[in-house]
Write a protein that binds this ligand. Structure first.
Ligand code: PMP
Length: 438
């Protein structure tokens, strides 16, 4: 499947061999292992702006951006400066700091559905805590999630998740007892009839409905406006909480996150709880969950829902996140980012069309997806029906040409403010050559 030339990849291959001795599969997060696309993972030595260099010194245009956080590109001077200054002042105190208050205030300022926020260290932790909070606040047990949506690897959410799990074909994970997921209902994404039926039969037991508003763990699939609107109505009618998992979309598709886009289409729309990660940490381990004051005050030390973390609100991570948020809040930032991203996907689509390759693209802000198929999928089975071997071939053809897309068709892509016109043009030229008949 891979077209890679072993002599050009000796150091990466050597490191991968060595890594597999001490780390399961050689990686600390499964998708990095290139299992879906085959070949040797690149061991990254450093990154700057829109580029990463691997252990061989080969340069790649990076469209993964650490799976979303690097919206300003790597090593943005203002962010780097803030991180270095914070590090000099101390790595971790286990006590409150002014900077974590500032970061909370910044998140609240941009996302009107949130009155209070708690900072944690990973999206998994934030999603898991949001579920506990929803259950605590409603006194109910059942949660609804959708097929192909990934909300981190907490037990109760590890059912029919996309991303790395889709790659490995597990409907769920070993080590998660049936009893633990018995309260998790998994429904089809964008299927209004199914969610109506679930509420009709079990509505009074449902604590929350959790969704990726633009699902980035089955590549890029938007929740339709009627679908989101209907979930909002059902949650209101039955007293369930609507949880927006914006770990990927938060501050990535718009400054107000994906919920601001749905609020434009659905007057007055707000989720009850929001989950953030990635961009708000700017590349450091930082995530958050937030909601209205009444719900958030259920949390310890005020309320009965326990949640804690030794490194939560870490001073270096909050410095990184704050500096990132300050840059992306500057006027015109998202317009420029969205424009770049649109030009990239249109360029890729144009190259595919010229070569007669069925190809469908979509993007929002700095997040994009492309599929080898003639139509954009609306749900997980439709994503699975796209041409995986063709994707895998394309991935390697682009990697060989110095363009680093996500190594699995279940993943979204990301453009940063550091990507230049020349980077986009080089990417489209590489795609044209990849699509050309051999
Ligand atoms: N939710 C979504 C939508 C995600 O994309 C991810 C990670 N890709 C998570 C939750 C989990 O975040 P983390 O990997 O930081 O635990």
């Amino acid at each position: 499947m891979s077209t890679e030339n072993p002599s050009q990849n000796r150091r990466n291959a050597g490191l991968f061999e060595r890594a597999q001795q001490s780390i399961p599969g050689g990686v600390n997060s499964p998708v990095r292992a290139f299992r879906a696309v085959g070949g040797t993972p690149r061991f990254i030595a450093r990154a700057e702006g829109a580029y990463m260099w691997d252990a061989e010194g080969t340069r790649y245009i990076d469209y993964i951006g650490s799976w979303g956080p690097m919206i300003l590109g790597h090593g943005h001077p203002a962010v780097l400066d803030a991180v270095l200054k914070a590090a000099h002042d101390g790595f971790s105190f286990g006590a409150p700091t002014e900077r974590e208050v500032e970061l909370a205030e910044e998140i609240i300022r941009h996302v009107p559905s949130i009155e209070q926020v708690r900072l944690v260290s990973s999206g998994t932790e934030a999603g898991m805590s949001a579920i506990r909070l929803a259950r605590g606040a409603t006194g109910r047990s059942k949660i609804v999630k959708f097929e192909g949506c990934y909300h981190g690897h907490a037990d109760a959410l590890l059912v029919k998740a996309g991303s790395g799990l889709a790659t490995f074909g597990h409907p769920t994970s070993a080590g998660v007892p049936q009893e633990v997921v018995q309260h998790t209902l998994v429904l089809a994404y964008n299927d209004v009839a199914q969610i109506e039926e679930a509420f009709r039969t079990q509505g009074n037991e449902i604590a929350c409905v959790m969704i990726e508003p633009i699902a980035g763990n089955m590549n890029f699939v938007r929740a339709s406006v009627p679908f989101v609107k209907r979930i909002r109505e059902l949650c209101d009618q039955y007293g369930a909480l609507f949880v927006f998992d914006e770990v990927m979309t938060g501050f990535r598709v718009a400054l107000g996150s994906a919920q601001s886009l749905y609020a434009k289409a659905i007057p007055g729309f707000r989720p009850d709880i929001s989950v953030f990660g990635k961009v708000i940490g700017g590349g450091m381990p930082l995530a958050a969950f937030g909601a209205g004051r009444k719900v958030m005050q259920q949390l310890a030390p005020l309320g009965p829902v326990y949640q804690a973390g030794t490194l939560s609100g870490n001073p270096v991570a909050t410095a990184c996140g704050l500096a990132t948020l300050k840059e992306i809040a500057k006027p015109g930032f998202y317009e420029a980012l969205a424009d770049k991203t649109q030009r990239l996907v249109r360029g890729l689509a144009g190259a595919a069309e010229a070569a007669g390759v069925p190809f469908a693209v979509d993007s929002e802000g700095g997040m994009f997806g492309f599929f080898f198929g003639s139509q954009l999928p609306q749900n997980y089975p439709e994503v699975l029906a796209t041409d995986q071997p063709r994707f895998n071939r394309f991935f390697h053809q682009m990697l060989d040409r110095g363009v680093y897309f996500a190594p699995a068709l279940y993943e979204a892509g990301f453009v940063s403010a550091a990507h230049s016109e020349a980077d986009l043009a080089d990417t489209v030229a590489a795609a044209r050559s990849a699509f050309a008949p051999a």
